[in-house]
Design a binder for this molecule. Sequence first.
Ligand SMILES: [Zn+2]
Length: 657
Amino acid sequence: MGIPRSVIDQTIERLVKEYGSGYRQRIHTGVHQAARRWQKTDGSPEDFQEFCRKHFFADAAQRRTVFQRFLDKLESLYGNLHRIYREFHRELHVDSGRMSPVDLLFAQYNPFAHVQEDMFRTRLAFVVLLNFPIYSLAEKDRLGRTWERRQWAEARLADMLVHRIPAPVQQQRSAAYARADEYISHYNIFMDKLRIHGKTGWFPPGVHLISHWGLRDEIKALYPDPNGLTKQRMIYTIMNRILRQEIPAVVINNPDVEWDPDSNRVYRNGCPVSDPTLPEADRRYQHLKSIFEAERQVDAYTPDTPSLIDRRFLLDREMEEAQVEALIIDVLRAPVLKALARLIQNRLGRALEPFDIWYTGLRPQAHLPEAELDKRVQKTFPTLTAFQEKLPWILQRLGFSAARAAELSHRIVVEPARGAGHALGSQMRGDSAHLRTRIPEQGMNYKGFNTAMHELGHTVEQVFSLEYVDYYTLHGVPNTGFTEAFAFLFQSRDLHILGLDAEDAARLDWLYAHEMWSAFEIAGVALVDMRIWRWMYQHPDASADDLKRATLEIARDVWNQYFAPVLGMKNQEILAIYSHIIDAGMYIPDYLLGHLIAFQIFSYMQDKDLASEMERMCKLGRLTPRVWMQHALGEDISARPMIEAATRAIKNLKRRH
Ligand SMILES: [Zn+2]
């Protein structure tokens, strides 16, 4: 921005004169890319010109050397910083005894915080920008289909240095997200303090649920309970009070008062609180608005993607907004949903309620009791060490050759998780992926083993897509949906590993019906999330109260268009309850994409050899989702496989009844 046009033109002419007009296009692109990001503190216009003369590499061999240097050094940089990250998070992630308060401080240390700025300060970023063109998503999707691997790897190198966002702007943004996260993660409802029809004691003492996940999961858990419906309706009323912001501020995260969500009255020690209780008003939407304002500050520094909407779609997911919206609508309009709704209605024996978007009764049940499965697991994997030692055996049972199974196992470290399980891949070859799963004191049980199989799918993908990929900048998979696919595949073979055959057709039919119903719910929330962000960019000066009203209207519109025809009732606002709408900056569409992509790969794999297909797919590395899918499956990302599988499943289930 600090380089005058005349200096840019002069720099280009000098380089063309030196290397010949055959290089004009490359020189033009490179000098402009670098100039756009050059700031006063980087040097004078003369310094810029001198820098370009010294660091533009016309010669192919020289350019290849520079490229290789970046691959090697970046692998060392990111790989070693990642090892520090893993060590600093060890006590938080791994069950290693009592935590010390200092462990949380270590976990807050971000070793990657200054990498980007240091790359620019040292001018290394400018070497990349001067020599390697940045391609747009459309270009990568179109040209990338026939690119050589090297071209892809070069494009990914340039992608790493596209943005230069000043530290204060980045800090403001992180602070806005952190405040919203803090707000959401302390939003508990004390269920044991609910007073309904004049009575308390609806939930056991000490039960408090976080909005909205805890509340939603309680609705799910109440389905088998014969008296569940009253409580489910109660929770639904609570959710509506929250999203409309009618909830009295005093009941949030407060065990000292009782609340009747129907009348919205507050009690202390059984007596009504006489002064009018203040509603929360618009704090929820204030947080969303603060995030929007922080993102607007970033907009100025990402001229090619000048809104969060552009950044989320074109950079993070690498799928165009219109393509994602079309996938969402395909799911929401799937004709099979009406048949699924009828099936659910029959199973429940009552008319549907709006919260039945969370119905879980379609999920296939294991045909052995959990205690029996626990015994089986105990016998095969008495300890976590046994699981680690048997990794090669597990992988061979999944179809990997003895040699591959040994290589993969060698790169996977199994550890006990403190929280739920997770898989932490590495960032440099020769390091290991870390698989963590939760182990109760009595030893490994079926739940821990089932999670371990899911995480094993992730870690095997992580090892393949790092150790077996030809260029460092291409390591990984296009986005989280792709790695979830492999995790689900491994998890779905868990009974096979235990020597129990689970391949019965009815199980898969229930699974497909369940997947479709879950996709329906999350597709609705994703569409609401996207429309809220569009509305905010169209009304940048709106108040938090305006934003609240707009959000509720969007939620009602989406409901009336797609949910009312399936469930029956109109004008519900419940799709707006999702907490990540408030604190995650339009992240929800990723959940749906994850479901669709994972399902597509999962169903493609059903009649294929998992081991060889997985290796082939993972070696593709981080192409764009579209190009990856073309190479891996020979088709574009689509909701069709899920809709077709659910449609077939419903027919089969009817036939069997
Ligand atoms: Zn996962």
